[in-house]
Design a protein around this ligand. Structure first.
Ligand code: MN
Ligand code: MN
Length: 455
């Protein structure tokens, strides 16, 4: 009988075969992540993976039956992947997994382009919680869509191919930074200074603003757009480049947007692989980083409409289905960082490589603004994980009263669905390049699979 609980390092626990599975699985994730930096990219990549596996588009009101493999894409930014089970949906509910696929970044302002002192710039407005000083002097890619007059949509993607140019926000040289150095980190780089260089070659035929005019001409040649079309676009800068392994042993991955694609990918692969009796649904949500508002965020009615529509098609009472459903809010948590130890409480932190982490509550101060999952719900998920031999851990965000945070958990719980946060620990969360462990990534896949298959 083991009386004491000790957290385990998954790399240490895994046998040779499992270790190989951990490293192999990471390769698929890196490919997924590279084409999924934004919510639009994620929905598109997921749609491709769904279609390759025979999943069919679903629309409200469609007749569904056990065994159906479906996906619903909400305004190109938000995908619901659904596998209809053989169990009675009214009695057993739906196993829901909800991750988000938007990540902090720099959106363009509606009138972004200007010229000054030999350079043309795009003005940006940051999206989500960033530390502004982290964004200058790194290579940036531009991605998104422009809607032209009449509704034609043009996709823009510059900076990811190694032959592409990148974009760049400057910082002040240290030689002249005495005043900047005296400011706090929050104030040293301001939102209005996050302007990216997009050109420096003047159009000689223009009297003034020759660089801006030349950039506009390039944009018109390539995308058929003029300056006013920025106002009907959604373009953003994201850190350029592919995910990279970290360390001599390649145990970790550095990439932009682990939060929260590092949970979205495993919930999707788990759903694909699952063979349980219950109906399962994997959600890639949008707008989590700005509060889950809006038509593609988890506060929108769309999740209810899908659950209700499917319930009705199967002849089940939607209220009963919701009441009996369970949800894993699959979102990242903070990994304990020994360089910033004082921000954590070390006995209740999540540690790198110790597996997917269960977080009973997020919130701030006295558990304000959080879903605090019931002991029964945590117990249900624990049984699923332990029955399937998942190496996992349990923690909380960080030191009490230091800050706080949330996930989509509370919005789903507010619908009357038992919800628990489980996610991959991340170092340098919300930085342009974050770090995760391949062990935790694979543990998340196994954890989600165990949840899908438990009946
Ligand atoms: Mn997140
Ligand atoms: Mn986040």
């Amino acid at each position: 009988m083991q009386y004491e609980y000790t957290r385990k390092n998954y790399f240490k626990q895994a046998g040779e075969e499992e270790l190989k599975a951990i490293f192999d699985y990471a390769e698929g994730y890196k490919d997924f992540l590279f084409t999924s930096k934004t919510e639009r990219g994620s929905a598109k990549t997921a749609e491709k993976l769904c279609r390759e596996r025979g999943y069919k588009p679903y629309m409200f009101g469609d007749k569904v039956k056990p065994g159906d493999k479906l996906f619903f894409i909400n305004r190109d930014k938000n995908i619901f992947i659904i596998k209809i089970g053989t169990a009675d949906i009214a009695k057993c509910g739906v196993k829901i997994m909800a991750a988000h696929v938007d990540s902090p970044r720099l959106d363009l302002k509606p009138n972004p382009l200007y010229e000054e002192d030999g350079m043309a710039f795009f003005k940006t407005h940051y999206y989500g919680g960033i530390k502004k000083y982290q964004w200058p002097t790194i290579p940036l890619a531009l991605t998104g869509v422009v809607v032209l007059r009449g509704g034609k949509r043009v996709e823009v993607n510059v900076g990811e191919d190694e032959n592409d140019p990148i974009f760049y926000i400057t910082d002040l040289l240290p030689h002249l930074s005495q005043e900047q150095n005296e400011k706090t980190l929050a104030k040293a780089v301001t939102g209005e200074s996050l302007n990216a260089i997009v050109g420096a070659l003047p159009d000689k035929s223009e009297d003034k603003d020759g660089i801006k005019a030349a950039v506009l001409k390039l944009l018109h040649d390539k995308y058929g757009m003029t300056e006013i079309d920025f106002q009907t676009s959604e373009l953003c800068f994201v850190p350029a480049g592919r995910p990279r392994d970290v360390g001599f042993d390649r145990a970790l991955i550095s990439a932009y947007g682990h939060d929260d694609k590092v949970c979205a990918y495993p919930e999707m692969t788990a759903l694909f692989e699952s063979d349980g009796k219950d109906t399962v649904m994997a959600i890639f949500a949008d707008k989590e980083e700005t509060g889950s508002d809006g038509v593609t965020g988890m506060q929108s009615r769309v999740i209810l409409d899908i659950l209700d529509s499917i319930s009705r098609s199967l002849g089940a009472d939607p209220v009963l289905v919701r009441y009996n459903s369970k949800c894993i809010s699959a979102d990242v948590c903070a990994a304990y960082d020994p360089d910033y130890a004082s921000a954590f409480e070390k006995r209740n932190s999540s540690y790198l490589s110790c597996g997917a982490s269960v977080t009973k509550y997020h919130g701030a101060r006295g558990k304000a603004s959080t879903n605090d999952a019931s002991a029964e719900m945590v117990g249900y998920v624990r049984d699923a994980f332990e029955d399937a031999g998942v190496v996992y851990q349990t923690g909380e965000l960080g030191r009490i009263d230091l800050g706080g945070g949330g996930t989509v958990a509370k919005f789903i719980a507010n619908l009357g669905i038992d919800t628990l946060d489980v996610g991959v620990p991340v170092l340098s969360m919300h930085a342009p390049y974050e770090i995760i462990s391949k062990a935790d990534l694979y543990s998340m896949h196994k954890a989600m699979l165990a949840f899908c298959n438990k009946h």
